[in-house]
Structures are given as structure tokens and as C-alpha cells.
Design a protein around this ligand. Structure first.
Ligand code: HEC
Length: 155
């Protein structure tokens, strides 16, 4: 499958998920939590091998970074839907999300926007293929994970 085909497929998936969101209005709090955990599981799954390449634990491969980074960037766009009101720790036990996500919503939104922007840049930089730039941009993206987790996720 070539890259363009993957992108077309990915945008099809995005379109479909927007449709589903509209159809499944008012999902149960537990379903929202399951959704956001699934989104972050995909984020973590794809971010980890990039980190391993940056640290030199596995061979560096810019094309593989680009492929993984695309999933991270795509999931960063899918994440906000996973934080609907009423899906916080007061409603669902099995979550590491802190109540501050909803009480300090502007700050959370900024943290999310930073994640979206830096992960999108990581895709661009990875496609350009310069190892030093990719490592630097990986660091900037990782900072957005840490910043949000520190403030809004329980350990
Ligand atoms: C805007 C906030 C935010 C950003 C940015 C963010 N996360 Fe998270 N992440 C969360 C929250 C909140 C949870 C807890 C979700 C829950 O338990 O309901 C979480 C959970 C996770 C989990 C656990 C998923 C599970 O199954 O419980 C992983 C793995 C993860 N994040 C990885 C990452 C990585 C890697 C990045 C950066 C590339 C990142 N996150 C960026 C807020 C964020």
C-alpha cells in the first residue's frame, strides 16, 4: 500500500468516526473512558518505537518514524472527543483522568493543542528525513505528553 493510499484510508476512518460520534450521541461515561484509553494506547504503541530509535536501542529508520508519527498525530485529533463532560473520576472509577480536565478546561485544551501541533510537526520532520531534526522534534512532542500527564493524569 503506498503512502497516499494510507492517507486516503486514514481520512476515511476519520470521516467515519465523526459520523459515528454524531450517531452515538450521549455515550455512556464508561464508553467514553474506554474510547480515550484506546486512543492513548494507540498513541503509546506508536510513540514507543520512535523513542527507542531516538535512544539508539533499535536502528534509526526515518520512514518508520514517519509512519508511527502519523498514527500519533491522527490520534491526537481523535483524543478530544474522549473527554466529554460527565466522564471524569466522579462518574467512572477505572480512570486516571483528573477532575482538573473539566475544572481547568482552558489549560487542558492548550495542552491538547500543543500535543496536536508538535505531533503534526513530527510527521513533517520525519518525512524530511534529517535524523537530528527528528530527534529534536521527538523531544518536543514527548514534552507535551509529560506536561499533560503531570497536570491531568494520575500516576
Ligand atoms: C492533553 C492531555 C494529554 C496528552 C497531550 C497526552 N496524554 Fe496520555 N493520557 C492523558 C490522560 C488524561 C490519560 C488517562 C486516561 C484515563 O485513564 O481515562 C492518559 C493516558 C495515557 C496512557 C494509558 C492508556 C490506558 O490504557 O490507560 C498512555 C500509554 C498515554 N497516555 C501515552 C501518551 C503519550 C505517549 C503521549 C504523547 C505522545 C500522551 N499520552 C499525551 C492525557 C494526555
Amino acid at each position: 500500500m503506498n503512502k497516499q493510499r494510507v492517507l486516503v484510508l486514514a481520512s476515511g476512518i476519520l470521516g467515519a468516526s465523526i459520523l459515528t460520534a454524531v450517531q452515538a450521541a450521549d455515550p455512556k461515561p464508561q464508553d467514553v473512558v474506554d474510547y480515550r484509553k484506546a486512543v492513548y494506547t494507540v498513541v503509546g504503541w506508536n510513540f514507543k518505537p520512535i523513542g527507542a530509535m531516538v535512544k539508539g536501542e533499535i536502528p534509526f529508520d526515518a520512514a518508520a518514524v514517519a509512519r508511527h508519527a502519523q498514527y500519533v498525530a491522527l490520534m491526537s485529533q481523535a483524543a478530544p472527543e474522549g473527554f466529554t463532560k460527565g466522564s471524569g473520576p466522579d462518574a467512572v472509577k477505572d480512570t486516571e483522568a483528573k477532575a482538573e480536565i473539566w475544572t481547568n478546561a482552558d489549560k487542558f485544551k492548550t495542552a491538547m493543542t500543543n500535543f496536536q501541533q508538535e505531533s503534526a510537526k513530527l510527521v513533517d520532520v520525519a518525512k524530511a528525513g534529517q535524523e537530528a531534526d527528528i530527534k529534536a522534534q521527538f523531544g518536543k512532542t514527548a514534552e507535551t505528553c509529560k506536561a499533560c500527564h503531570k497536570e491531568f493524569k494520575k500516576d
